[in-house]
Design a binder for this molecule. Structure first.
Ligand SMILES: CSCCC(=O)/C(O)=C/O
Ligand code: FE2
Length: 180
């Protein structure tokens, strides 16, 4: 995992968008916006993943392969959907099993994009209510285990004036202010 400020330059979302002038972002900065990260070697990862799922009350999971082969006709639509800025009303817990990609998260209160480059073995937890988006990288393939509290269903709320007042968004902002 590497994290850094996104360069905000136009161009292919699958490129790193990392410039020499953009500072690296530390794990403690990520933790301050309630983003958590672990690296768990693929071999034997089930035990740790099961422990995280149990501790947080996640009863279901699925594996999604985001690639042309994995998603077929749905590939372009899904790429667009995942890269459109959104929140969820639950945490987003993702364990990368193959390939790689970028989770971009909005720092608060700056509203700057922080780009988190992930690859196999990375486990990322994004809190409910954080604005974020996802893209595959130049490998054009990410195989990910997704944890769900209930049935495996991806449900996103895209950024708008309405999402700014979503109770999960407000609760998230309050939680990071209270922790500061
Ligand atoms: C890499 S898992 C698929 C992307 C996803 O589930 C999500 O919510 C991105 O923000
Ligand atoms: Fe998401």
């Amino acid at each position: 995992m590497r994290a850094y400020y996104f360069d905000n330059l136009p161009g292919d979302q699958r490129l790193p968008h990392e410039s020499a002038s953009q500072a690296a972002v530390s794990i403690s900065t990520l933790n301050s916006i309630k983003v958590e990260f672990w690296n768990i070697p693929l071999q034997g990862h089930e035990e740790k993943l099961n422990a995280v799922a149990k501790e947080r009350g996640y009863r279901n999971r699925d594996v999604i392969t985001i690639s042309k082969e994995g998603l077929g006709d749905e590939y372009e639509t899904k790429l667009k959907a995942f890269y459109k800025e959104h929140i969820h009303e639950d945490e987003e817990i993702r364990y990368i099993m193959d390939g790689g990609g970028f989770f971009d998260v909005r720092e608060a209160p700056t509203d700057e994009w922080i780009r988190i480059a992930v690859s196999a073995g990375d486990l990322l937890v994004l809190p409910a209510g954080i604005y974020h988006r996802f893209s595959v990288d130049e490998r054009n393939m990410t195989r990910t285990t997704r944890l769900f509290k209930d049935e495996p269903k991806w449900s996103a709320i895209y950024r708008s004036d309405e999402s700014d007042t979503n109770p999960h968004r407000i609760e998230y902002l309050n939680s990071i202010t209270a922790a500061a």
